[in-house]
Design a protein around this ligand. Structure first.
Ligand code: ATP
Length: 239
């Protein structure tokens, strides 16, 4: 069920002022794949994700989506094309209710009846959100906000979902739930690019993986093979 290349990043460079955080990164994601991007703090994973989704300008290289360069396109232009990111730290609208946040996720759509059906679907995936549907998002726990952020992103019916450290700061039970949902979303045919500190869990559910270090991709391959690679285990799995 793996299709053609959907997202192709080549020679990507991103800087903050004079400091280069991403120094020429190449990777690709095929249709129907779940690809995990791992690496230690400050390796440039978040910067890469932001550049791909149009929230940071790129200094060099190219980003192709569906066979065309999307360089310079803004975040919401890309949401319209099905390329959607759930940012690190969630980014939910804290002063809106759960339901309003989910409705906002569907702002590119005008099929009211189907939007209502999809909100129901999110409440089925995340029963906690249904229980709290009229509560302000800012009053929810970190794990609940992560669920809401994922639900909101899914409301746009993305082709590719980019998740930036969805398990960060969550309790073990919440981490399990989030990984379960990521697997389900992928099983339903959404292509997923997952950035995670939790390398073993991230590689455990992925088809392929990439390791980033100091702004560069230093390793890549089949996720299961990477999981058993002594170098990966030593550096990222605490062995
Ligand atoms: P983390 O898991 O900690 O988020 P990361 O791999 O996602 O790590 P980035 O957040 O992309 O790493 O950071 C890459 C480098 O860019 C780091 O050295 C960081 O200090 C730097 N950096 C990130 N954001 C900014 C910014 N807004 N201004 C200046 N430097 C930044």
């Amino acid at each position: 069920k793996i299709g053609p290349v959907l997202l192709k990043i080549s020679g990507l460079k991103v800087s903050y002022g004079g400091i280069q955080a991403v120094k020429g990164v190449d990777f690709e994601v095929r249709e129907g794949e779940l690809v995990s991007l791992i690496g230690s703090n400050g390796a440039g994973k978040t910067t890469t994700m932001k550049a791909v989704t149009g929230t940071l300008p790129i200094v060099g290289g190219d980003i192709e989506y569906l066979g065309q360069s999307i360089k310079g396109q803004g975040a919401w232009e890309l949401v319209n094309k099905g390329l959607v990111m759930v940012p690190e730290g969630r980014g939910v609208f804290t002063r809106m209710t759960i339901t309003e946040n989910l409705q906002m996720g569907a702002y590119i759509r005008d099929d009211k009846a189907e939007i209502a059906m999809d909100i129901e679907k999110m409440f089925t995936i995340f029963p906690r959100l249904r229980e709290r549907k009229d509560q302000l998002a800012g009053t929810m726990s970190g794990g609940e906000q992560q669920m809401l952020a994922m639900g909101r992103a899914l409301m746009s019916r993305p082709k590719v979902l980019l998740l930036d450290e969805p398990s960060m700061g969550l309790s073990p039970i919440m981490v399990d739930k989030i990984f379960e949902v990521v697997k389900d979303v992928y099983a339903q045919g959404v292509t997923v690019l997952l950035v995670e500190q939790n390398a073993s869990r991230a590689l455990g559910i992925a088809d392929r993986g990439y390791v980033m270090e100091s702004g560069l991709v230093t390793m890549s391959g089949d996720a299961k093979q990477m999981l058993s690679d002594p170098k990966v285990r030593a550096a990222y799995l605490g062995e």
